[in-house]
Design a protein around this ligand. Sequence first.
Ligand SMILES: *Cc1c(COP(=O)(O)O)cnc(C)c1O
Length: 339
Amino acid sequence: MIDFRSDTVTKPTEHMLAAMFTAKVGDDVFGEDETVNALEEKSAELFGMEAALFCPSGTMTNQIAIKCFTQPLDEVITDQTAHVYRYEGGGIMFNSAASVRLLNGDRGRITAEMIEDEINPVGNVHHPHSSLVVLENTVNRGGGSCYTLEDIEPIYHLCKLKGMKLHLDGARIFNALAATGDKPKDYGKYFDGISVCLSKGLGAPVGSVLLGSKETIQYARRVRKVLGGGMRQAGFLAAAGIYALDHHVERLSKDHLNASLLADTLIDLPFVKSIMPVDTNIIIFELNDKKDASHLVEELKDKGILCGTFGKQMIRFVTHLDITESKVSQAIEILKKHH
Ligand SMILES: *Cc1c(COP(=O)(O)O)cnc(C)c1O
């Protein structure tokens, strides 16, 4: 099976497993796991942030960040496609008792102008207090579209001016960096919080880190405990994250190349109507009216290709560490023959 369903399906490599099995561990709730501490220091430093917190998932890092940056009755401004809104089970309401104002960005990318129009007037009791902006980079539902730091700078200035916080859902931030050439170190200047997934393109089995100021991360650690995310000998997992940061970042451009090769094939297929621009490792395409997405998924499954529906007539393919060049060639052959 060639599995394009998600970049979360990767299995740890032999070398990653070796790093995990030989990790030095301790009780992380006591702050005594040196491998977790090393991962937190390394990732904070990489992005020019003061501190970091290792968490079981990206949903948890995002939800903790939103809790840190809002008060009950506040409002979060984000794009309507945002993972924090669509795919975190309604957690913003549950965890933070905050409402959400949704914008209609360009493939999920919003601008300072769009945000400014939706900021509620301060001190008017009718309106929730606009306290946080959340950006996603890359944007999953935008077909892996990216912001550059140039796009982000005006949003940062607006948030500063309005006294709002800015959080980045950087589940696939390393894909964005590979595509734009921006440096992670420069990201720290712009954001109050950054979530980074280790278990997407980077190929670790578990884990995300939340980056922020020392003060933010101190409070975040408390929220993580409350959510049941305080882990003990988590260094076995953190070791996979360190290994991934050291060995699986530079190769991401291969995933992007593979995605564009697949897209070149897909666009010529009779049942494909249109395809979103492919900027990173995600391919989202629309089917002709006659073709139903869930049917196509079943048909391709019978031929050895796994992929996912992304709407009634939309399909998503994601390339990743376990999709080798030869699997891409195989998949291209299968797709070309499919009617
Ligand atoms: C995967 C993902 C997350 C985090 O998801 P978890 O499965 O909880 O790790 C957050 N944001 C985006 C855009 C994602 O794709």
